[in-house]
Design a protein around this ligand. Structure first.
Ligand SMILES: NC(=O)c1ccc[n+]([C@@H]2O[C@H](COP(=O)([O-])OP(=O)(O)OC[C@H]3O[C@@H](n4cnc5c(N)ncnc54)[C@H](OP(=O)(O)O)[C@@H]3O)[C@@H](O)[C@H]2O)c1
Length: 288
């Protein structure tokens, strides 16, 4: 088998056009557009690729996206005071905190200070709780992007054996929940699975394989089940090139669908963040 490519750039473009239509309609009806603040602490996010791709996606869609720059020496209390100030600003509809944050800043505590109705990353503890209950449209952007690519394959994953490699709060665990919502039978692998020498055996069972490890080419092509759908979330710089966590050529020879790296999950992620922000904007229009 030779896999069909799940092209993230194509999907991102399609989703951006849909979101732009939604924002255009809201502007015509209410005169308002979503406004987001990306809080940066001692960094220049416009120099980084994720900050740039967010800004580009926002501009295309018609979202007012700004960086709110704080000093590298800001204290946790000053950061939280700033978040409270943005929470109270009726002209700000979405707030996020750019990562990495300096040592001494407790990221999760800061995210929990963002009012859930402005938490566009979906990482506030209340939104993560709602995700667990299957009762939210605000879904962390990378897991949402992985799922959007999976859905774009057109394959019904209900009842399929899904394996997620990685269990981080930001990627692996939310993907596990989203796959469960789709009625897949989900196995989650992590470093303990590898230490026990069981990773390859688990991967071989996967009809749907989602990998988020941060280990270049760790998942070997020969482990991939014939006909599997492979979503590679990994982004790793190796010798000046960006590669995924899955050995692409070997996996593509066996899979039915596969995401490339770069050009797979990455481009869709920034658009999913914008989608979340449009959701928070709508919530605030209804409940100012
Ligand atoms: N495409 C995007 O938009 C996007 C966004 C975010 C992240 N990423 C990429 O996705 C990757 C994962 O990111 P992350 O934030 O989830 O990373 P992370 O927090 O470092 O988590 C990595 C996970 O992989 C597991 N792992 C590491 N080595 C393993 C091994 N040998 N065998 C089995 N499991 C192993 C870890 O297990 P333990 O829990 O046992 O330690 C952990 O759960 C990175 O390459 C990152 O750059 C991409």
């Amino acid at each position: 088998m030779s896999a069909q490519i799940l092209d993230g750039k194509v999907l991102a473009q399609k989703l951006q056009v849909e979101l732009k239509a939604e924002v255009d309609m809201s502007r015509a009806r209410t005169g308002k557009v979503p406004r987001f603040m990306n809080i940066t602490i001692g960094q220049d996010p416009s120099a980084g690729s994720y900050g740039k791709s967010q800004k580009r996606a926002a501009e295309f869609i018609g979202i007012d996206y700004q960086f709110s720059n704080l000093s590298a020496h800001v204290s946790q209390k000053e950061l939280i005071d700033h978040i409270h100030f943005l929470n109270d600003d009726v002209n700000v509809h979405g707030i996020m905190i750019h990562k990495p944050v300096p040592d001494g800043i407790d990221f999760q505590q800061a995210v929990n200070a963002i009012t859930p109705k402005k938490d566009i990353e979906g990482m506030n503890i209340a939104n993560l709780g709602r995700l667990m209950l299957g009762k939210t449209n605000i879904i962390p952007a990378t897991p949402a992007a992985a799922m959007a690519l999976l859905v774009s394959s057109g394959v019904d994953i209900s009842g399929k054996d899904a394996v997620v490699v990685g269990r981080s709060e930001i990627v692996g665990k939310p993907i596990m929940l989203l796959l469960l919502e789709k009625n897949a039978t989900v196995t989650v692998c992590h470093s303990g699975t590898s230490k026990a020498g069981r990773l390859a055996d688990q991967v071989k069972k996967a009809e749907v394989l989602v990998v988020a490890m941060g280990k270049p080419g760790f998942i070997k092509g020969e482990w991939v089940r014939d006909g599997a759908i492979v979503i590679d979330v990994g982004i790793n710089a190796v010798d000046g090139k960006i590669v995924g966590d899955v050995e692409f050529d070997g996996a593509a020879a066996r899979a039915s669908f596969i995401t490339p790296v770069p050009g797979g999950v990455g481009p869709v992620t920034a658009v999913m963040l914008m989608k979340n922000g449009i959701e928070t904007f709508k919530i605030q229009l209804q409940h100012p």
